[in-house]
Design a protein around this ligand. Structure first.
Ligand code: GLU
Length: 311
C-alpha cells in the first residue's frame, strides 16, 4: 500500500483564482492590448505528418483492434503545459507529447481525425494499457525496468530529469538536500514521487493525482515545493514566471517512452521504426520548436532508441 498523504484543501477560492492565472489568455478572453503574447502552441505552426495509408501490422493485436474500431485511442496528460494540455473550451489536446502521438498515428496509417485522446493520470497508466482502455500512451512516461514488467515501451524519444519548482520568492530551497521537514508535492504513482519517498525520508511528501493540483497548492502556500520532471516544471514556470521558478540541477534521468500493451512487440517495434523516421526527417525538431521549445527549454537531441528483444 502506498502511503499517500492527502491534506484537506483549504483556501479554495484563492486557489481557483490563482489557477485562472495558469490558463491560456484566449480561454479567459482577456488578451487585451499590452498583455503578454500567448505562449501555447498555435495550430498553424504545428507540422503536418504524412499519413501512411497503405500501412498494415497484422501481427499487432492492438493495431488490428484499432483498425476494426476505425480509430486509435491514445492516452495522454491534459494539464502539463507545452507537453500535454487540453483546451477546456475546445477539448483539443496540444503539446510535445501530443505531437509525438500524432506522428506515431500517421505512421500507423491513422489520419488526425481518427485519433482520440483520453486523459490518464500517472498512477493509472499501466492499468489503462493492461485492460485495453487505450492503444498506446504518450505522456511524460519514464521507461524503467519495474514498469517494463507490466507494459512495453517504444523509444525513448526524449530525456528529462527530476527537478524542483518553488515560489519565485523562495530563497532557501536550491536542491533536494534543502527539503528536510518541508512539504513537497508530487503525483502519486510517478517516479519522482517514489524517489522522494525512498531517497529523502525526512521530506514531508504530499501526493495528488496531477501536478497542476500540486502547483495550485504551491501557489497557495500549502506546500513548499513541487517535484517532478524538469520539462513539466519549466512549463508551469513559463506560464507564470513572476510566481514560480525551477531551482537546482536535475537529479535523475527520465527517458520518455511510448507505453504499449506488454507483449505487443509488433506495435512496439513499429513505433520504434516510426520514431526513427520522424527524428531523421525533421518532424521531431519541428514539433519540439512549436511546443516545448516555447517554454524556453533548449532541445536536447533524442536519446538512441532501445529496440529491446521480446520478453
Ligand atoms: N516521468 C515521470 C514518470 O513517468 C514523471 C512524470 C509523470 O508522472 O508523468 O513517472
Amino acid at each position: 500500500m502506498m502511503s499517500v498523504r492527502m491534506p484537506r484543501r483549504s483556501g479554495t477560492r484563492l486557489a481557483a483564482l490563482l489557477l485562472l492565472a495558469l490558463l491560456p489568455l484566449p480561454v479567459l478572453g482577456c488578451g487585451k492590448e499590452g498583455s503578454p503574447p500567448v505562449k501555447g502552441p498555435r495550430p498553424e505552426t504545428l507540422p503536418q505528418y504524412r499519413v501512411d495509408r497503405g500501412f498494415t501490422l497484422p501481427d499487432s493485436p492492438t493495431w488490428k483492434k484499432a483498425k476494426r474500431r476505425g480509430h486509435l485511442v491514445v492516452g495522454a496528460k491534459e494539464d502539463q503545459p507545452y507537453m500535454g494540455e487540453k483546451d477546456p473550451a475546445t477539448g483539443v489536446y496540444s503539446g510535445f507529447d501530443i505531437e509525438i502521438a500524432k506522428m506515431m498515428s500517421a505512421s500507423l496509417g491513422f489520419a488526425p481525425k481518427s485519433v482520440s485522446f483520453r486523459t490518464i493520470a500517472s498512477a493509472n497508466r499501466e492499468t489503462a494499457l493492461q485492460n485495453g482502455q487505450i492503444d498506446y500512451y504518450v505522456g511524460t512516461y519514464t521507461i524503467n525496468d519495474n514498469r517494463k514488467k507490466l507494459v512495453g515501451f517504444a523509444g525513448p524519444y526524449y530525456m528529462a530529469g527530476q527537478s524542483l519548482l518553488v515560489r519565485a520568492g523562495e530563497k532557501h530551497i536550491k536542491g533536494p538536500r534543502d527539503l528536510d521537514g518541508k512539504r513537497v508535492c508530487s503525483a502519486a504513482g510517478s517516479t519522482p514521487y517514489q524517489r522522494m519517498r525512498d531517497d529523502y525520508p525526512r521530506v514531508e511528501l504530499v501526493g495528488y493525482d496531477t501536478y497542476s493540483v500540486c502547483v495550485d497548492n504551491l501557489l497557495t502556500y500549502q506546500v513548499d515545493a513541487v517535484t517532478t520532471d524538469d520539462t513539466i516544471l519549466q512549463g508551469f514556470a513559463a506560464k507564470v514566471p513572476n510566481e514560480l521558478k525551477v531551482v537546482g540541477a536535475p537529479f535523475s534521468k527520465e527517458p520518455y517512452g511510448i507505453g504499449v500493451p506488454r507483449g505487443d512487440n509488433a506495435l512496439r517495434l513499429a513505433l520504434d521504426d516510426a520514431l526513427a523516421v520522424h527524428e531523421r526527417n525533421g518532424d521531431w525538431q519541428k514539433a519540439y520548436d512549436a511546443t516545448l521549445g516555447l517554454s524556453g527549454r533548449a532541445a536536447t537531441p533524442p536519446p538512441p532508441i532501445d529496440r529491446y528483444p521480446a520478453s
